[in-house]
Each structure stands twice: as structure tokens, then as C-alpha cells.
Write a protein that binds this ligand. Sequence first.
Ligand code: ATP
Ligand code: MG
Length: 233
Amino acid sequence: DDQPAGNINGHIVFKNVDFGYTDDQLILKNFDLDIKQGESVAFVGHTGAGKSTIAKLVARFYEFQGGEICIDGRDIRTFDLPSYRARLGIVPQQPFLFSGTIMENVRYARPDATDEEIRELVYSVGNGEWLETLPDGLQSDVGERGARLSMGQRQLVSLLRVMVQKPAIFILDEATASVDPFTEVQIQEAVDMLLSQSTSILIAHRLSTVRSADRIIVLRDGGIIEEGSHESL
Ligand code: ATP
Ligand code: MG
């Protein structure tokens, strides 16, 4: 029990997983899935299909009732939780920003990151052009829960946070809110950089995100009904 997760690489396997938010209704039944190290998988499907549930189970937000989820051959429940979470970079459907600067918000997942390191990463995405629209660049205050930023900019900050973290596993639960085309390009750049560095679970709403994935899985009622590449589907 409580093994440090510092050296996990990110080969994710679901074996016969049963899960329900309540005991009387299973959302996933005998769910099997193998995501190779470095692979990116996009989940698509109707609302309530179970897309976010899969991401939440990998993140260990809930206990499942049966089966197991392994990473690099180890049951995820045996990892020490803080060190496990430190290896997961999660961009939730609703990014949570706190009142403070963009720099502070980006640093959140890895407090030891230096200003220089953060600056370099932020400017590696679209040459940091989106910062030019803000009053104080990286030092701009994002406001209460990010209220002074557009939804797209909040997603971008959430993605940059994960980039600074350099996780083994990248989980993107994409927001459905529409984003202006300029910010969209920068978001796509950040997503592509993360895809090239981590095993990725994408809950995709934008076609460009679906296209960047190695494999697309179509879910219906908690089960896989179809899978393949973007070309084959
Ligand atoms: P969306 O596209 O709307 O985000 P989704 O595919 O992510 O949908 P999930 O959030 O995984 O769907 O939900 C799968 C099922 O589990 C749905 O029937 C949903 O109502 C139910 N569910 C989700 N979260 C909870 C919860 N916290 N408590 C109880 N039931 C839940
Ligand atoms: Mg969802």
C-alpha cells in the first residue's frame, strides 16, 4: 500500500471495472480498456454516456465497486494519493482559477516552478500573444474565480498549469463553451504539446481535439460501441 507514484509512465488498463455513483445503478459494467503509454484516446458520446466518469475514476475521485484499474501494471489504489495526483495533469470541464495573477495560477500544480520556467512555457504557446490583450501580461489579476478572463483564456491557464506540471497522464475534460478563434488556436497548440508529452485521456467536444487523438472511442450508456482512428470512423 501507499507506494510512491513518482516514476509512473502512464500505461493505463481498466479490467472488468464496475462502477456506479449509487449501489443500485451501475454506470460502467465490466468495462475493459487498454491505453498504451504515450497514446492519446478521445472519448466521444452523448451527454451522460460516462465520459467524465472514466476520467474521474482514473483520477481516483471515486472508489469503484469491482475490477481494477492499473497503471504500469500496478493497481492505482496502491499508490500514495498525493504523489499519484502529482503525476496526473487534469483540466476539468470547469477550470478552477483563484484570485491572483496568471503567473500564480499557472504555478499552482507545481509550487517550486521558477518565474523563468513559467514565463518560458507560457511564451512557448502562440508566442504568448494572448497576454498582450491583458493589462499586465503574466502579472494580470485574473479576478475572483478567473472572472476577468474569457472562458477560453481560463482554459488556456488551466492547460498551462498542466504543462508546468509535466504529468505522466494528461486528462482533458473539454468545456463545451465556445471559444473565440484566436484563443482556440492557442488552446490547440497547448493541447498538442501536452499530447506529445503524456499519455492522454481526452473528453472531446471540439473536432480539432478529436482529430489530434491517436484513437477515438465512442461511448453509449457506459459501454464502448465503436472505436478507431479519425479516418476509420
Ligand atoms: P457530458 O457530456 O454531459 O459531460 P458524460 O458523458 O461526461 O456527459 P458522466 O458525467 O460520466 O457523463 O455521467 C454518466 C452518468 O452518471 C449519467 O447518467 C450521470 O447522470 C451520472 N452521474 C454523473 N455524475 C454523478 C454524480 N456525481 N452522482 C450521481 N450520478 C452521476
Ligand atoms: Mg462530462
